[in-house]
Design a protein around this ligand. Structure first.
Ligand SMILES: Nc1ncnc2c1ncn2[C@@H]1O[C@H](COP(=O)(O)OP(=O)(O)OP(=O)(O)O)[C@@H](O)[C@H]1O
Length: 313
């Protein structure tokens, strides 16, 4: 089993009277990428800002490497690197100047700064832009520099708030690759509102919606979360709708063509076996039977609706 580096317990925060997050609990492994998924306004940035110690929570606790963040702010913050939603870049600095400055801020020993800057530039693929002003870099390269400042001190935990936001498709692929590389030797948590982003980058996913945790498991479990409730069936000699509706468990039949139909059923019913059995007995000539899985978007919508209805209870 993976050891956890971070433990978030009963985390809640409100701005004025409105709760942004409520009772969030999760752990982050020592190595690998964890995706924090949620639509706009779900509470991702609030959670990440608290996790990085830049926002003080209304209640709940954050433990990093066994230490309470609120009680040991300095030693815990040394263990993490943070790329907030808007990267903290100084556009009048060159890449070298900026990363040198960040290395000082991160309290890296003076004699090691040069090496740290060279290493991080290499890792993030920005060495060839060392002397270029940040204002003259493309969005993708600015983001790489933003990631570089987050890992320059080799933290155990890297927190990236929507790191691919606003990038073009090629830049997105490159930043995803970089995130995976960084996570080979440390823990990375990144937030996104894009489903395909977590699919492409992480093994584990936490989803928050309207400030509440609605899903916490692996990406495979997320994909399988909703049981199929329909199947596409192709028969050479299909029966009439009435005959199908008499099979226990079938809740609806939609004809696609003379020989193809979608059969809806109550989830959890072993309906395929019954259809195969009847097809043999009654000579329906079953050719194909395909279970229809909900798309990620449907799963996302169902989980979101679940959270919304819980909030109205
Ligand atoms: N400083 C603030 N003052 C008041 N309300 C805030 C503040 N920051 C965030 N909120 C509210 O808290 C809720 C959660 O916001 P948060 O930024 O954490 O969500 P998010 O999931 O990161 O969304 P996005 O992807 O749009 O950044 C939202 O309703 C937002 O309007």
């Amino acid at each position: 089993m993976n050891k956890s580096l971070v433990r978030i317990e009963h985390l809640s925060h409100r701005y004025g009277k409105d709760w942004a997050i409520q009772d969030i609990n999760f752990e982050i492994d020592e190595v690998g990428v964890l995706g924090l998924l949620g639509s706009n306004g779900a509470g991702k940035s609030t959670t990440m800002n608290i996790l990085c110690g830049v926002l003080k929570q209304t209640s709940g606790k954050v433990f990093i490497d066994g230490m309470d963040l609120a009680e040991n702010p300095e030693s815990t913050k040394r263990l993490l690197g943070f790329l907030p939603q808007s990267a903290p870049l100084y556009y009048d600095f060159t890449v070298d100047e900026y990363l040198n400055y960040c290395a000082h801020l991160r309290d890296i020993d003076k004699k090691n700064i040069r090496k740290a800057v060279e290493e991080v530039k290499e890792k993030c693929g920005v060495t060839h832009f060392s002397k270029r002003l940040l204002s003259n870099l493309s969005g993708g390269y600015r983001q790489r520099v933003g990631i570089a400042q987050a890992i320059i001190h080799k933290p155990k935990l890297v927190v990236l708030d929507e790191p691919t936001n606003g990038l073009d498709p090629n830049q997105i692929l490159e930043v995803r690759k970089l995130i995976k590389e960084i996570a080979e030797e440390r823990s990375v948590i990144f937030s996104t509102h894009i489903l395909s982003e977590v699919q492409a980058t992480c093994k584990k996913i936490r989803m928050i919606e309207k400030g509440k945790m609605v899903f916490a498991d692996t990406i495979e479990a997320f994909n399988n979360y909703i049981e199929p409730d329909a199947m596409l069936v192709h028969m050479q000699n299909p029966p009439a709708t009435d005959a199908l509706m008499q099979i226990p468990g079938i809740s609806g039949v939609e004809w696609i063509s003379d020989q193809s139909l979608r059969i809806r059923f109550k989830p959890g019913n072993p309906i395929s076996e019954k259809i195969i059995e009847q097809s043999v007995q009654q000579d329906w000539h079953l050719k194909e039977l395909i279970l229809e899985k909900s798309s990620m978007e449907e799963i996302f919508a169902q989980l979101s609706n679940k959270a919304k209805s819980r909030n109205h209870e």
